[in-house]
Design a protein around this ligand. Structure first.
Ligand code: ACM
Length: 609
């Protein structure tokens, strides 16, 4: 027992020692990093060489990243003999996403398959740092591989349309942090975003709404509308362009076409696929809408036609078919649909939903594709080959894994990036609700203890979901995503036994936030880590403020007045005020100003002995 405790203590000590070290600030944390002496100097004479053309594209992209970030141009070549950074192999003899990276003062060597060598270059990019006038990369040997094969991010482009450029920017950041699935939510009640040649009204009508509500859902009753027409769609060419852009960065784009619910926009264009003989409008308010698709032969023909075009654009093995939040009232009220239920010998509307999804699954399976659906597709019976995306907690995922189905975990309480990032919601941009701080994302582990070893193999990975009802511009999108997506990347890639939030937050996050800010990402500046202690000389309380962004400045007050750039500049631990013998709580208020000059919200922390 004593021995065990000592080993545990020794391990803990190793962690602490490591946690102080920010020489290798890679996110997600690699499997192993062996520090070596010296460093490689990166300059415009550095030649990037690949042993074969497959790896060459990754080198070119690395060269572009370095140029954008540091304004130096590197030379890329296939087999010149002058090699400074070289990808030595790009074959299938190594595990696909794994890589080996060696940095020494003379050269940098990478071994890995196509994805692995791409990831080695992302790690390398994160290691670059400025030392006086030079760009240096500290010597090391890294062995790395992912914990999960599915490392995803969902972007809802239906509630608000985001330009192709913005989607590419998100892909750039995903790639930098080794995420590999972009789940593109393309259709919903409030908008249809993909050009479908056979059904032009989807982009003429369903892609646009006349108006949207302002404020949060319950802010105004009745709703207040902005009176602005908005929407948009991606042409087939644009969508293909994004697929290629993502593939070059080792990301698969998984399109989502919602059915049978979240379909009001479809019905505004093609009311004949609905349950009611009525006209529909693309709504400008959020929530779960009652208008759903009817199980008519012509509806299935429509969906198959749409999915045929979707498959022409997206090579992804998976197609997401939605399946969430389907109110059954319109099916209950329709005589035709009730007759359909009896004819097909279905028990109820839940079995009808299962019939609906299974029929679409069969169609997609016939074309060599697989479906993913939200966990509601378990209700009424799971389609035989479906993968389940568990969002209402983990129960859906657990049930699916026990039935032998594959699962992607995305529980809303840990992975929904539309939730607030602070409890002080008045100090934050409007959001749907909830509270999801960075450490809560980080501390999520996607494999439930309840599952057996065999069942656990069905957990393919994790995904964060960015719903955009309240996100109507690029800055806000990036603010909600980052840095939470960096925590996601670590739980998706890094083996759980070496995850450590303090190490992530203190030793690695600051450097990477500085990096992504330099490439124009508008992340939320997280609260600093504040450590209180006793000053050894005076016995007074001190507060150390550790900023979350490297190279930033901090301004603070301890007199209960607002902190701003007119307040005291933080230069080292602050001696807190005192009031004679009687202790009083002290409020430390501060702002962080990043290297690019962005100021955080004002944050505060009370020291109350
Ligand atoms: C969902 O959040 N409705 C999947």
């Amino acid at each position: 027992m004593l021995k065990q405790t000592m080993i545990l203590f020794a391990l803990l000590c190793m962690y602490t020692a490591e946690a102080q070290d920010n020489t290798y600030p890679i996110i997600p944390k690699p499997q192993s990093v062996k520090a070596d002496a010296g460093y490689f100097v990166l300059d415009s004479k550095t030649v990037l060489e690949a042993a074969n053309p497959a790896a060459y594209k990754s080198l070119e992209l690395f060269g572009q990243m370095v140029e954008q970030r540091y304004r130096i141009k590197l030379t890329t070549a296939i087999k010149t003999g002058v090699k400074h950074i070289i990808i030595e192999s790009s074959n299938d003899t190594v595990e696909n996403e794994a890589y080996h990276l060696e940095v020494n003062p003379k050269e940098i060597k990478i071994k890995g398959g196509p994805a692995g060598s791409f990831y080695a270059l992302q790690s390398l990019f994160q290691l670059i740092r400025q030392q006086e006038d030079e760009l240096i990369i500290p010597s090391c040997t890294i062995e790395d591989r992912p914990a999960f094969t599915y490392r995803g991010l969902m972007i809802d482009a239906a509630r608000h349309y985001f330009s192709l450029e913005e989607m590419k920017k998100i892909i750039d950041v995903m790639a930098l942090f080794k995420l590999n699935r972009l789940h593109w939510h393309l259709t919903d009640d409030q908008g249809w975003r993909l050009e479908i040649k056979k059904y032009p009204k989807l982009t003429q009508i369903a892609a646009w709404r006349d108006s949207s509500i302002i404020g949060r859902y319950n802010d105004f009753s009745p709703f207040l509308y902005d009176g602005r027409k908005q929407g948009g769609f991606y042409t087939r060419e644009e969508a293909r362009n994004l697929v290629t852009y993502a593939a070059e960065r080792k990301i698969t784009v998984i399109p989502e076409i919602e059915l049978p619910g979240h379909s009001t926009a479809v019905l505004a264009a093609y009311p004949e696929f609905g349950c009611k003989d009525t006209a529909y409008r693309v709504p400008g308010y959020w929530g779960v809408h009652a208008s759903i698709l009817a199980p008519k032969e012509k509806t299935f023909r429509f969906l198959e036609d749409v999915l045929t075009e979707v498959m022409e654009i997206f090579p992804s093995e998976y197609i997401h078919i939605g399946g969430d939040e389907v109110p059954k009232v319109q099916w209950q009220e329709s005589e035709d649909i009730q007759r359909f239920i009896r004819t097909k010998k279905l028990k109820d509307e839940h079995e009808l939903q299962s019939y609906f999804v299974t029929r679409i699954e069969k169609f997609l399976n016939r074309h060599g594709r697989k479906i993913i659906g939200w966990d509601e597709i378990l209700e009424g019976g799971l389609a035989p080959n479906a993968t389940v995306m568990s969002w209402r907690g983990e129960n859906g995922g657990i049930a699916a894994a026990r039935l032998g189905h594959d699962v992607i975990m995305t529980p809303e309480n840990c992975l929904y990036t539309d939730y607030y990032q602070s409890k002080d919601t008045d100090n934050e941009p409007s959001a749907i609700g909830g509270f999801l701080p960075l450490d809560q994302v980080y501390n999520y582990h996607p494999v439930p203890e309840l599952l057996t070893t065999t069942e656990r193999k069905h957990i393919l990975g994790v995904q964060a979901n960015m719903w955009t009802e309240y996100v109507d511009n690029n800055n806000k999108l990036e603010y909600m995503l980052f840095p939470r997506v960096l925590a996601l990347s670590e739980i998706a890639w890094t083996c759980r036994t070496i995850q450590n939030y303090d190490d992530f937050f203190i030793s690695r996050l600051p450097a990477q936030l500085k990096n992504i800010e330099a490439i124009g990402v508008f992340f939320r500046i997280p609260e600093a880590r504040v450590k209180f202690s006793i000053h050894p000389g005076t016995g007074r309380k001190t507060a150390e403020i550790i900023s979350s962004v490297a190279g930033s400045t901090v301004y603070y007050t301890v007199d209960n007045h607002i902190a701003s750039q007119t307040s005291a500049l933080y230069t080292g631990p602050v001696l807190l005020p005192f009031a004679g013998k009687r202790e009083k709580p002290v409020m430390l208020r501060y702002v962080i100003v990043t290297p690019e000059g962005r100021m955080s919200n004002e944050y505060s922390i009370v020291y109350n002995k």
